[in-house]
Design a protein around this ligand. Structure first.
Ligand SMILES: [Zn+2]
Length: 205
């Protein structure tokens, strides 16, 4: 007999690349910071509505916080429950403010016009499941720390997670979750030495 919470599938998010995984309502998923230093941009999209997405703006409004914690139900841009945070073994504080890195961001930062980036990783991961988005929704930046220091300014610091720390969510509806092992080697937010690493996803029964 399969025990609730046992692993149904384990997937690698290769360093600098993306991955999308479908989830059924009630199913759990863990995003694992295998190295302890890797930021994982995270998105969710409910089935049956091509214009709906996990909306951090709406979550911040309803939760009245800029960081989310176990027990919080995250919603889409139509205020519908999408996933609930079931567990978090990391120090938490996952950023909700900063846009996904993109080709334009790396050009802006002087890092060239062909840098791997989370926006393109999302597009590619969604395409593998026949889905498109006309823009890049703001990502839930798991393991990324960009704390607001004095109510006004943002500090960029490296992740403080331990290897193997994970965030577990439970789907509130059938959805597609998407991830990018952030390729950022410009800002000091990703990687112990600025080097992107593999991360992992476990889908639970
Ligand atoms: Zn990124």
């Amino acid at each position: 007999m399969v025990q609730p919470g046992s692993i149904k599938g384990r997937y690698t998010i290769p360093a600098r690349q993306g991955l999308a995984v479908p989830l059924a309502a009630g199913q759990g998923l863990r995003v694992i910071n295998s190295s302890g230093t890797q930021v994982v941009d995270t998105w969710a999209f409910p089935d049956g509505d091509p214009a709906a997405f996990l909306s951090l703006e709406h979550c911040r409004e309803v939760l009245q916080r800029i960081v989310f914690e176990p027990g919080d139900t995250l919603i889409d841009n139509r205020y519908r429950p999408l996933v609930t945070i079931a567990a978090d073994t990391s120090p938490g504080g996952h950023d909700t403010l900063i846009a996904a890195c993109s080709r334009a961001m790396y050009v802006h930062a002087g890092a060239g016009d062909d840098h791997a980036n989370c926006a393109d990783n999302l597009t590619a991961a969604l395409a593998q499941h026949g889905r498109t988005m006309p823009f890049t929704p703001s990502p839930w930046n798991l393991f990324m720390l960009a704390p607001v220091k004095d109510g006004r300014t943002i500090d960029y610091v490296r992740p403080t997670s331990a290897p193997g720390d994970y965030v577990e969510v439970t789907a509130e509806t059938d959805c597609l979750m998407a991830f990018s092992a952030c390729p950022d080697d410009v800002y000091p937010t990703n990687g112990g030495d600025g080097t992107p690493q593999d991360a992992h996803v476990e889908v639970l029964m």
